[in-house]
Design a protein around this ligand. Structure first.
Ligand code: NAD
Length: 370
């Protein structure tokens, strides 16, 4: 019989929690939809919980780990990004933390693609026209036109899990692709996509020949009609190629004045002041955003400027927000299922208790054999 593990969850994740209850875990779920104050997380950890279930809204750092010294055994995050968890602190206190990679990959890439499509084809403005009874006639080019996606060139910034899934979706729309990733170039995948593109062309499915290749960052920005960002948030000191404000005045100015930027990664990857200026002054064609430097988006954000509303789509950190992806209790389908499985693996010493073998643990480096 399991020891009765105590868990504090900073939010509800639905049916997946019944797996913990069935196993006799003592589970407390923060009842509000908003994030709990950090002081409450610390209080719960200090009271001796074995595991924490967290979301990207919860700051998990040395203060939290210190409160759980000798008692906190695992932090299970329901998200793939973990920039809210201080990895160095987790390692110092030797607390493994888990994430929910892979199960949200397709949903996030799909949303990134659709968001860019909505922006380029002016769907938001077009629906307003209809709803507000401003649709007075069919006309070849009035009151405005959108831009096609099919046949255009897209820059894929970051070719990890979601970047590669985005490539697959773009290939279906006969797009050319310029890929950039300073740490991970998956040439096998890119070559397979090129073969697929060539086959579509030779069999008459695609009219034009299309192509995909890795290029330097600046080349990708200068030559693309769309730019889609799929990097983790990495602050200076966390990587030799940090992504904080990767898109700033200088790099936004490299983009074509007609190009569209899509960001479903993390807000601080884009300098929002610079982006608002880029939209106002038309350095770029438009932007579709799902994530922000501060979330929820503040009322006084320059991105809310009505004069750029037709060129700036604003989504509420929604890219993985699809039913199966978020809540399926199966660890191979849903973030909720994978989050719970990550927690169980650590607490119940699955994989012979070897943290380095547990698939959902992120900071394996802290548990290598010495
Ligand atoms: P991943 O780790 O598989 O891929 C990230 C890729 O970015 C890696 O290949 C890495 O080498 C690359 N990279 C690192 N620094 C870079 C740089 N300076 N320039 C270009 N590329 C760089 O991660 P993933 O599963 O593809 O997820 C990517 C990110 O997307 C997550 O970290 C998360 O922040 C975000 N995300 C957001 C949502 C949402 O709801 N909006 C959903 C899922 C993921």
């Amino acid at each position: 019989m399991n020891k009765k593990f105590r868990i504090f969850a900073t939010c509800d994740i639905g049916e997946a929690f019944s797996r913990l209850r069935e196993r006799g875990y003592d589970l407390e779920v923060y009842p509000q939809p908003q994030a709990p104050p950090k002081s409450l997380i610390i209080e719960k950890v200090r009271s001796g919980v074995d595991g924490l279930v967290t979301t990207l809204r919860d700051p998990i750092d040395a203060e939290v780990f210190e409160a759980g010294k000798d008692t906190l055994k695992v932090v299970a995050q329901i998200a793939v990004g973990f920039d809210n968890i201080n990895r160095a602190d987790a390692n110092r206190y030797k607390v493994p933390f888990t994430h929910t990679a892979d199960v949200l990959t397709e949903a996030t890439a799909e949303f990134a693609f659709l968001m860019l499509g909505m922006l380029a084809r002016q769907m938001w403005s077009a629906e307003h026209l209809t709803r507000e009874s401003q649709w007075g006639f069919w006309h070849p080019y009035l009151p405005f036109l959108g831009d096609e996606i099919t046949g255009k060139t897209i820059a894929i910034i970051g070719t990890g899990r979601i970047g590669l899934a985005m490539i697959k979706k773009c290939a279906g729309f006969d797009m050319n692709m310029l890929c950039y990733d300073p740490a991970y170039e998956n040439h096998d995948y890119i070559n397979a996509i090129q073969e697929l593109m060539d086959l579509r062309h030779t069999r008459g499915i695609s009219k034009e020949k299309t192509w995909i290749k890795y290029v330097p960052f600046e080349t990708a920005l200068r030559n693309s009609d769309f730019v889609s960002v799929h990097v983790p948030l990495l602050r200076p000191g966390e990587s030799s190629t940090p992504t904080l404000h990767l898109f700033n005045e200088t790099t936004l100015k490299l983009m074509k004045p007609t190009a569209f930027l899509g960001n479903t990664s993390r807000g601080p990857v884009v300098d929002e002041k610079a982006l608002a200026r880029a939209l106002r002054e038309k350095w770029i064609g438009g932007a579709a955003l799902d994530v922000y430097e501060k979330e929820p988006l503040p009322a006084d954000s320059p991105l809310r400027d009505p004069s750029i509303a037709d060129r700036c789509r604003l989504m509420p950190h929604f890219a993985s927000a699809a039913r199966i992806t978020r809540l399926d209790p199966d660890p191979n389908k849903g973030m909720a299922g994978r989050c719970v499985q990550g927690l169980i693996d650590v607490l119940e010493s699955n994989y012979g208790g070897d943290v380095t073998k547990m698939p959902y643990v992120v900071n394996k480096e802290a548990f290598g054999k010495t």
